[in-house]
Design a protein around this ligand. Structure first.
Ligand code: ZN
Ligand code: FE
Length: 255
C-alpha cells in the first residue's frame, strides 16, 4: 500500500511532513523542527511516531529531535557527513544508501550546498522526493556552506530522475521564487501560469507543494544554469553552468 503523507505548516513557513504506513502503523517525520506543530499533526492524524529522517543540521529542521526522542520510541536517521551537528542520531547515512521505512525503500541522495552534508530522500516506486532546503519550488536554498560547483552538480543530478515525481521541499517560498524566476525568464508563458497558480493556491489557503519534478526541470532557474535562455537573459552566453548558477544564486540573495 502506498504511503500516506500529512503536510503541515511549521513555524512561519517551514513544511512538516508526516509519512504513514497503514499496514504496520509506522510513521516518519521528514525533519523535526517545530515541536508544537509536530505534536499537533500527530494528534490530528492519530499516528504514532516511529522514525525521523533529517535532511540537514539547521535548527528549524532538528530542534525537536531531543524532546521527541523522550516522548516516543523513535529512530533518528541523518547524514553521516553532518556528523555530530545533528545530535541523537541512531543511524548515519550517506548518498547511495537505500534505507527502509516499513517496507518502503528510500534512496539517500546528495543535495549539498545549503549545508555541506545536506541529503535528500527519494522513493522511486511511489515517485516521492524530499529535498529539505536544497531545492524549493522554483528555487533553491541559500548557499551557506558549499560551493556553486557542488551545489549545481547535485541539483543538476536531480534532472536524471523521472519527470513524474512529487517534490516535497522544506519551506513555502514558492511565490518569491516565482517572482525571481520571472526576472530571469520573463517571457516564459508556463512560468507566468505557474506564478498565477501559486497566487491562487495561497489566496485559497492552500499549500503550493508538492511540485512536480518535470515542471521544476522546465521552470526552476536553478535547474537550468545550462539552459541557453537563462544564460542569455543573464548576459552569460559563454559562461560555464557553474558560473551561471553562482550568478543566479547571488542575484536571488539580493533580489
Ligand atoms: Zn536550512
Ligand atoms: Fe530551513
Amino acid at each position: 500500500m502506498s504511503i500516506k503523507i500529512e503536510i503541515f505548516l511549521a513555524y512561519k513557513d517551514n513544511f512538516g511532513y508526516l509519512l504513514h504506513d497503514e499496514e504496520s502503523g509506522a510513521s516518519a517525520l521528514i525533519d523535526a523542527g517545530d515541536e508544537k506543530a509536530i505534536l499537533a499533526a500527530l494528534k490530528r492524524t492519530g499516528w504514532e511516531l516511529t522514525d525521523i529522517f533529517i535532511t540537514h543540521h539547521h535548527l528549524d529542521h532538528t530542534d525537536a529531535i531531543a524532546s521527541l526522542k523522550k516522548k516516543f520510541n523513535v529512530k533518528v536517521t541523518s547524514s553521516l557527513a553532518e556528523g555530530d551537528k545533528i545530535p541523537l542520531s541512531d543511524r548515519k547515512v550517506s548518498a547511495g544508501e537505500k534505507i527502509n521505512f516499513a517496507g518502503h525503500e528510500f534512496y539517500v541522495i546528495n543535495l549539498r550546498g545549503h549545508t555541506n552534508g545536506h541529503i535528500g530522500y527519494y522513493n522511486e516506486k511511489e515517485g516521492l522526493l524530499f529535498t529539505g532546503d536544497a531545492l524549493f519550488s522554483l528555487g533553491c536554498g541559500r548557499m551557506f556552506e558549499g560551493t556553486a560547483e557542488i551545489m549545481w552538480r547535485d541539483l543538476a543530478a536531480l534532472r536524471e530522475l523521472p519527470d513524474n515525481i512529487l517534490v516535497y521541499c522544506g519551506h513555502e517560498y514558492s511565490l518569491a521564487n516565482a517572482q525571481f524566476a520571472l526576472s530571469v525568464d520573463p517571457h516564459n508563458e508556463k512560468l507566468k501560469k505557474r506564478e498565477q497558480q501559486i497566487r491562487n493556491q495561497l489566496a485559497a489557503g492552500k499549500f503550493t507543494i508538492p511540485t512536480n519534478l518535470g515542471e521544476e526541470k522546465a521552470l526552476n532557474p536553478f535547474l537550468r544554469a545550462d539552459d541557453p535562455i537563462i544564460k542569455a537573459n543573464m548576459g552569460m552566453e559563454n559562461a560555464s553552468p557553474t558560473k551561471v548558477f553562482a550568478a543566479l544564486r547571488k542575484a536571488k540573495d539580493n533580489f
